[in-house]
Design a protein. Structure first.
Length: 270
């Protein structure tokens, strides 16, 4: 295991008490609500458990829950705060599980750290014949997308669809958290991003400009708020499925900030 990357993941993990913009709270809760729904009464694996923030949502819904986490620091923390569920210190590219062991795999906001070819082969191996792979990712094609620290690669929807099909999955894609209103269009959204970046560049010329810009941005996003200890304390604007929009498999989407994928394993590939 790469010790530097392990510690980077520990530092970057979402934690209870961490200050994040209000919309980030909603995005986090949204993905765990969907994962819990899909995992209901199934033998579930979560890849990239982090520090337990959303783990209980899936675990309470599933018939059995197992987690695998790359960061040794996160695993040590989890073993201190909980003993109910099995958390494995391991790598999603070479998982220490038997063939066909799980009915669903949840990989939430973490596939951009992975070699997708290697990961999908492993996911196919450990899933049962009727298994489901559920994951979400930031949409690199949405205006204003910025690559976060430590991430490696992002894919468009057609690229993901091709990778999944090649590795034995049939995929459906969904979008949430629109970057722009339907009547605005992509062009207007790109213009707003241009204005934002121009304003940021001007502000950063001045002393402490970076701090001023971050303060302005956070106020625009509703201010920074601490992640609660219980994910159920985060409020959404409606039920999770009110912001869950079917997308075309062969078209890159620019409107939604978050892309979800529900991929079913094709029987002939087991």
């Amino acid at each position: 295991m790469d010790r530097t990357f392990s510690y980077d993941m520990y530092k970057f993990t979402e934690k209870a008490g961490e200050l994040l913009p209000h919309d980030a709270h909603k995005i986090i809760k949204h993905r765990y609500q969907i994962a819990a729904k899909l995992s209901k009464e199934k033998i579930a694996l979560e890849i990239g458990v982090g520090q337990e923030f959303g783990m209980q949502s899936i675990a309470k819904s599933a018939s059995k829950y197992v987690g695998i986490e790359y960061s040794g620091e996160n695993v040590a923390y989890l073993n201190q705060v909980q003993s109910e569920h099995v958390i494995i210190h391991g790598d999603a590219h070479a998982m220490p599980f038997s063939n066909s062991e799980f009915q669903i795999i949840n990989a939430l906001a973490m596939i951009y750290y992975l070699d997708m070819e290697r990961f999908l082969k492993e996911a196919r191996r450990v899933l049962s014949i009727d298994g489901t792979l559920f994951f979400c990712t930031s949409n690199k094609d949405a205006p204003g997308f910025v690559k976060p620290p430590f991430t490696t690669i992002y894919y468009s929807i057609p690229e993901l669809n091709n990778l999944l099909h090649k590795n034995g999955f049939e995929a459906e894609f969904f979008g949430s958290f629109a970057r722009y209103k339907e009547n605005e269009g992509e062009g207007f959204s790109k213009f707003k991003v241009f204005v934002k970046n121009f304003t940021k560049a001007i502000i950063n010329i001045f002393p402490n400009g970076d701090k001023l810009w971050k303060s302005m941005r956070n106020r625009h996003l509703g201010g920074l708020k601490k992640l609660p200890k219980n994910i159920n304390d985060i409020e959404l604007d409606g039920a999770w499925d009110s912001d869950f929009h079917v997308l075309e498999n062969d078209i890159s989407n620019t409107r939604y900030r978050v892309i979800y994928c529900i991929a079913k394993l094709k029987k002939k590939h087991k």
